[in-house]
Design a binder for this molecule. Structure first.
Ligand SMILES: *[C@@H]1O[C@H](CO)[C@@H](O)[C@H](O)[C@H]1NC(C)=O
Ligand SMILES: *[C@@H]1O[C@H](CO)[C@@H](O)[C@H](O)[C@H]1NC(C)=O
Ligand SMILES: *[C@@H]1O[C@H](CO)[C@@H](O)[C@H](O)[C@H]1NC(C)=O
Ligand SMILES: *[C@@H]1O[C@H](CO)[C@@H](O)[C@H](O)[C@H]1NC(C)=O
Length: 668
């Protein structure tokens, strides 16, 4: 063989090896010439359902703004496309209650709670963000005491419409989507009434999502009722496990995972989110995934601790944690936008050969695109529900072959990567650099537990602030006279679990502003409200504390002061605790539960207390003993209580107006 022949042979050999390596990669056409898939409706998250952002609003301003930037600011962090909030309904909705804009039929107030603030902040950062409101509970008057929000559909439709009108009038916010009743049955007449009432009030553009529950019942109702089909814009289902039935697609409506994720915000939570964002489309035709919840800003002792995209539940220290789900959201949210299109399965989206998935988004001009690839292992991507069927996954090479509008469009693309490591530091949302597009093929080596985005767009950024202050325990002693708040706002750190406690002026000038219980009828519950309005504060592992407060009963039975309240949320009615009740008739009881069934001590006050007079009470727990004072005189001492731990709390005997002032907690 001559020299020339030999070099030719070597070239051939190299080409052969190269093509052999290439042949090991699996070929995936990325092709819009067969038509586009559904419109992408965005990735979002939920504040509320319930009270999940409660502690965020009490953060020092600089850290609060930083957290909001990580969530909402475009090209910075999670950069969410959709922000869904609870339409507060005065009832317990998972981690607390959120106030209604109408505690009673003749009451209207659009300053309550924190969802307005958060929506304004989200819009300020991203004017294109879509807003979505959904009720969990309703105030009792809506159902005229029936516990049924559909009994008087027009009343409920007007009540919900007023919330949307309030958003427009007081905050210049347009609510893009409104839902029916979270995870509860829907009612077709009500949905039609809601559409009519929205239209009559200039809200024709607000779309209706139904029914934030299961697929089948709403899909078949839509198929059997053309009038219903005409008023439901989107079918939203919860925790679909990436699947939807044929009946849902057959309606022709966009399908959304309108609540999903709900997983601890550790690396597995990140893996869960990456997998469902892609596979909700690939397996279930869904065009939007909305995470519960936006940010875990509720006490760890409440249900579903840390089930946000990140955690910010220490307003006293300013500490927060930017968790991996923020960066796995960014892999889609910073690259593709509502109004872009998915490419069809088999033509840009689908499963990878060795498991995992990929999804291609293309903009309406067909000039910009992004391919999001996730290769999360089963072990590292389980969401808390539903169960994830077993699968295995291995490292693999993909060859994405650009065709249709994308053919000859680019000669290089940018690659971003997250690799979750379970025995060392992860790489989160790293810009790896550009990779060549050779003959319209993008070659990507895909490793297990990694997520990649390939794009021809620019502007993405891994936002960063200096580390927030270190974490700290809730500071004791703690005192609040409630004087430095706006009317109708909520006192910092208190987490209402039944009823709603707001700041109002006292009718006694000496007391200035006070915290007042504002719900006077049982709400239409979402889960279970206690019979006693109650607001928790502090730490679920407090043992030896003294809780002190001034109180005034405007009408009704009496007040509660408590320590060692074991839990809140939908089990609040059944929580253990050490609970002192003082009634206007001049009696007191001490019980070891909120319900008052486990009474361990009772007696008569030295003086009756009457209505509209201020009094002071303290409850001290230390080891196995409880003691109390009333108007600074001992009420009892050394009453044996079980060893337990929990929050401090104040509350009322029933749904009555009571006021609190000069609240304090100290170690005993
Ligand atoms: C209200 O919001 C719209 C955008 O939704 C904006 O164009 C308009 O300027 C805002 N109006 C005021 C008074 O802020
Ligand atoms: C998804 O939508 C496509 C096109 O509308 C349809 O052919 C397919 O059956 C749907 N898949 C499921 C799981 O419903
Ligand atoms: C993908 O997962 C399925 C389900 O576990 C399994 O049967 C299949 O072998 C996996 N494919 C590869 C290439 O590992
Ligand atoms: C609140 O308590 C402080 C002492 O802790 C007392 O000085 C003050 O007068 C009280 N305020 C009212 C309004 O009673």
């Amino acid at each position: 063989m001559g020299a020339i022949h030999r070099s030719r042979a070597i070239t051939w050999l190299i080409v052969a090896i190269f093509s052999h390596l290439r042949a090991n990669g699996h070929d995936y056409p990325i092709d819009d010439s067969v038509g586009l898939g559904p419109v992408f409706d965005g990735i979002g998250a939920i504040s509320g359902g319930g009270a999940t952002s409660r502690l965020l609003v009490s953060y020092p301003q600089s850290q609060r703004e930083q957290v909001l930037d990580y969530l909402f600011k475009p090209n910075f962090g999670a950069s969410l496309h959709t922000f869904k909030v609870e339409i507060g309904g005065d009832g317990q909705s998972t981690d607390g209650t959120e106030p209604s804009h109408m505690h009673s039929e003749d009451d209207e107030n659009y300053q309550r709670g924190y969802e307005w603030y958060l929506m304004v902040q989200a819009k300020k950062r991203n004017p294109n963000i879509k807003l979505y409101g959904l009720p969990w509970a309703f105030p009792g008057w809506v159902g005229k005491g029936t516990q049924d929000p559909y009994k008087y559909p027009l009343i409920t439709a007007k009540y919900i419409t007023k919330w949307l009108m309030g958003a427009r009038k007081y905050y210049n916010l347009t609510i893009d989507y409104v839902g029916i009743w979270n995870e509860r049955p829907f009612n077709s007449n009500y949905i039609k009434e809601l559409r009519k009432t929205l239209n009559e009030n200039g809200l024709e553009k607000t779309k209706i999502v139904a029914a934030d529950n299961h697929w089948n019942d709403i899909a078949s109702a839509i198929q059997n009722d053309p009038e219903l089909a005409a008023v439901v814009d989107i079918i939203g289902a919860h925790y679909p496990g990436t699947m939807s039935p044929k009946e849902a697609s057959a309606t022709g409506k966009p399908l959304w995972a309108s609540e999903d994720y709900s997983t601890t915000d550790n690396k597995i939570g990140g893996g869960c989110f990456a997998r469902i964002i892609n596979q909700n489309y690939v397996n279930g035709n869904m065009s939007s995934t909305i995470a519960w919840n936006l940010v875990a800003s509720y006490y760890n002792g409440l249900p579903y601790p840390n089930d946000g995209l990140m955690t910010a539940n220490e307003p006293w220290s300013g500490h927060y944690e930017v968790a991996s789900p923020i960066w796995l959201a960014a892999h889609t949210t910073q690259f593709a936008f509502p109004g872009w299109f998915y490419l069809k399965r088999g033509f840009g989206s689908g499963h990878l050969e060795k498991n995992g998935s990929f999804v291609t988004f293309i903009d309406p001009t067909k000039k910009k695109f992004a391919i999001v690839i996730e290769a999360m292992s089963h072990e590292h991507s389980q969401c808390i529900r539903p169960p994830l069927p077993q699968y295995s996954i291995t490292n693999q090479v993909a060859l994405f072959r650009l065709q249709g509008s994308l053919k000859n469009l680019v000669d290089k693309v940018t690659l971003w990567r997250t690799c979750l490591k379970f025995n060392g530091p992860s790489s989160l949302f790293e810009r790896i650099g550009t990779i060549p597009v050779v003959n319209n093929v993008i070659e990507l080596k895909i490793d297990v537990d990694c997520t990649y985005t390939i794009t021809n767009t620019a502007g993405q950024r891994k936002g960063h602030y200096p580390n927030p202050p270190a974490g700290q325990e809730f500071p004791l002693p703690y005192h609040d006279d409630f004087d430095n708040y706006q009317i109708a706002s909520e006192a910092k750190y208190f987490a209402d679990q039944t009823g709603v406690f707001e700041i109002h002026n006292s009718n006694t000038p000496k007391h200035g502003r006070v915290m007042r219980q504002m719900v006077f009828n049982s709400p239409i519950s979402w889960c279970t409200d206690a019979a006693q309005p109650i607001s928790l504060i502090g730490n679920s592992d407090w043992k030896d504390i003294t809780v002190q407060t001034d109180f005034l009963i405007e009408k009704g039975e009496g007040v509660l002061i408590a320590a060692r309240i074991g839990f809140g949320g939908c089990n609040i009615a059944f929580t253990p605790g050490v609970v002192l009740r003082i009634t206007i008739h001049g009696y007191f009881t001490l019980s070891e539960d909120l319900g008052g069934f486990l009474t361990i001590h009772s007696g008569k006050l030295l003086t009756p207390i009457g209505l509209n007079t201020w009094h002071t009470a303290t409850l001290t727990v230390k080891g196995g003993m409880a003691a109390a004072t009333f108007d600074h005189k001992p009420l009892f001492n050394n009453i044996f209580v079980g060893y337990s731990e929990g929050f401090a709390a104040i509350g009322a005997q029933s749904f009555i107006p009571v006021q609190f002032d000069n609240f304090s907690v100290r170690r005993s």
